[in-house]
Design a protein around this ligand. Structure first.
Ligand SMILES: [Zn+2]
Ligand SMILES: [Zn+2]
Length: 318
């Protein structure tokens, strides 16, 4: 029993080290896919079509190229925003606010109480205090965990409202970069769908026509790009649908697994407010990886430490 647990822990450790090692390779891979796609769409196919004899062809080429470049800018902007934005760490000396249910007030843990809590938790074998499930403690980081915060074994630290550790962005996806991650998914889906549809006629011609313009190299690039983009479009669509339902239910990927044991989800404030907690209220900022100053001021959830909850019907009933 002990031995198998030790072997498992070792395996998980090995897996995490491998993920860390993948780091910059994944960024190069993303840029590689973008580069091959750019070559196939712009250089090989639609760039030359821009100067076609028929004005209809050049108009189509112009539309495809305009959409392609617009979506590419948004995709790369969102991608590097997820890669470079800190998903959110726990501030030094952060202390949980314990609600005094009888008085109906929220107060930070007092100093003496704070040190005795730490002592208790360090001695305890479990991560959270069994006496008070609202207080969570990370024994690896040796600090309290804010609500919805989880320890990431790849990053080796606690991450605010952690969703998952993403190998494609070489970063954790958490409170501060979740919106950017969702926009990256959205623009990747739109861009790969556009590429798939725009290369479809060339792909069909590849099988039907005996003679089509282009060297074997350019034809192979077009073929590869079509298959790659179709595969990305389909798999990203699945992720996108899953994350849309998570956002509307105010849940993270980790919490979706945990929720099986929690019957009521108190962070669910209704679709509109759940959406605003990730995307902000200002519509102008919904489709770009940024927040307005005002949203950052008026939505505490965007900072990852405080999340409004529905009142608990059991505790409020007298
Ligand atoms: Zn931790
Ligand atoms: Zn991580």
């Amino acid at each position: 029993m002990h031995r198998s647990a030790a072997v498992m822990a070792w395996n998980v450790f090995k897996f995490c080290t491998a993920l860390r090692g993948l780091g910059s390779v994944m960024i190069l891979m993303v840029l590689g896919v973008v580069g091959v796609t750019y070559y196939a769409v712009v250089v090989n196919n639609y760039g030359p079509a821009l100067f076609a004899a028929e004005s209809m062809d050049s108009l189509t080429a112009f539309t495809v190229l305009l959409l392609f470049h617009g979506l590419l800018v948004m995709l790369l902007w969102s991608y590097f925003s997820v890669v470079l934005t800190d998903p959110g760490g726990v501030p030094l000396n952060w202390r949980p606010v314990v609600e005094d249910e009888e008085a109906g007030e929220a107060m930070p843990l007092a100093n003496s109480e704070f040190s005795s809590q730490i002592l208790n938790m360090q001695q305890s074998a479990v991560i959270s205090d069994p006496g008070d499930p609202r207080i969570r403690f990370c024994r690896k980081c040796n600090q309290f965990k804010p609500p919805r915060c989880h320890h990431c074994s790849v990053c080796g630290r606690c991450v605010l409202k952690m969703d998952h550790h993403c190998v494609w962005v070489v970063n954790c996806v958490g409170a501060l970069n979740y919106k950017f991650f969702l926009l990256f998914l959205l623009y990747t889906f739109l861009e790969t769908t556009l590429v798939t549809l725009s290369l479809l006629p060339h792909f069909i011609a590849f099988f039907n026509d005996g003679e089509i313009p282009g060297t074997p190299g350019t034809l192979a690039t077009t073929f590869l790009t079509f298959v790659l983009n179709l595969a990305f479009a389909l798999s990203v669509l699945g992720f996108l649908i899953m994350h849309i339902s998570l956002v509307l239910g105010n849940t993270t990927t980790i919490e979706a697994y945990e929720k099986k044991s929690t019957p009521k989800w108190r962070y669910d404030l209704g679709r509109r407010r759940n959406f605003e907690q990730v995307f902000g209220i200002d519509k102008k900022y919904w489709l770009i990886p940024a927040y307005s100053e005002e949203d950052l001021r008026r939505i505490p959830a965007l900072h990852g430490l405080e999340y409004p909850k529905k009142p608990d019907p059991e505790s409020s009933g007298l």
